[in-house]
Design a protein around this ligand. Structure first.
Ligand code: ADP
Ligand code: NI
Length: 229
């Protein structure tokens, strides 16, 4: 199975080589690394399914502009049985914040591990950097002190990149601060706790430096309401 993982690694590397939407190959490598870390404390999991899914999880993401069947085509060309292909595809399909939301329900341990591995890379220092990179790529402002996050964030609203409320700082409230509670595995939760606390700290400093007491209050109320701290 080792050579199949190597082949998949090279495929993902070529596929993600020119991405600037937060899905470059460095993201894939970090998710792969996070998945390996979580696997250390999840001996029951099928590590081949987890590692293959980590490498392939963003190939057919809606932001990547494929016809949605790129992963399946790649897997079909490998020497794998139907059941294994199905397990990998169902893992890749199940994850992603825009699909499974802030309270995901997964069917398998492998889905939980890959979801945690991916979510961890949207939190902490990497979460902050990727959000800034993404906002610049889609030409959205970093912050507008007069525009607070959307109160009623339906999936349709969340996915509307041009809405006025879509700023980098608001993305923390729209998504990043919710990720801690969406983590599924024990080691994912431990890592996520630290990354969450760092993002809260970052926002506290940001609002202090920019003299935004109303945003400090907003953050406090948000964290209380969601019992996140
Ligand atoms: P993932 O790979 O975690 O499923 P996405 O495809 O949703 O992530 O987005 C890629 C990166 O860009 C993530 O770090 C995410 O938090 C960030 N991002 C997504 N939407 C926005 C947005 N509207 N503004 C700023 N950053 C965003
Ligand atoms: Ni991802």
């Amino acid at each position: 199975m080792e050579h199949i993982i190597d082949k998949t690694y090279e495929f993902a590397k070529n596929f993600h080589a020119h991405d600037h939407s937060g899905h470059d190959f460095d993201h894939i490598k970090r998710v792969y690394f996070n998945a390996q870390k979580i696997l250390e404390t999840e001996p029951e999991a099928d590590s081949f399914i987890v590692l293959m899914s980590a490498l392939l999880h963003d190939i057919d993401d809606h932001k990547m502009g494929t016809d949605g069947n790129e992963t399946q085509r790649f897997l079909s060309a490998l020497d794998l049985d139907k059941q294994t292909i199905h397990k990998i595809l169902s893992t890749v399909c199940a994850i992603g914040f825009s699909k499974s939301g802030a309270a995901p329900e997964f069917e398998t341990l492998e889905q939980k591990i890959v979801s945690d591995a991916d979510k961890l890379d949207a939190m902490g220092t990497m979460g902050i950097l990727r959000t800034i990179q993404f906002s610049i790529t889609i030409n959205r402002p970093l912050f507008n002190r007069n525009i607070f996050p959307e109160e009623n964030l339906t999936p349709a609203v969340y996915n509307d990149m041009n809405r006025a409320t879509n700023t980098a700082i608001n993305h923390f409230f729209d998504k990043l601060l919710k990720l801690k509670n969406a983590l599924q595995t024990e080691s994912g939760k431990v890592l996520g706790q630290q990354r969450h606390a760092f993002m809260v700290d970052f926002l506290r400093h940001f609002f202090t430096e920019n003299n935004c007491p109303d945003w400090q209050d907003y953050l406090t109320a948000y964290l209380q309401k969601n019992t996140f701290e």
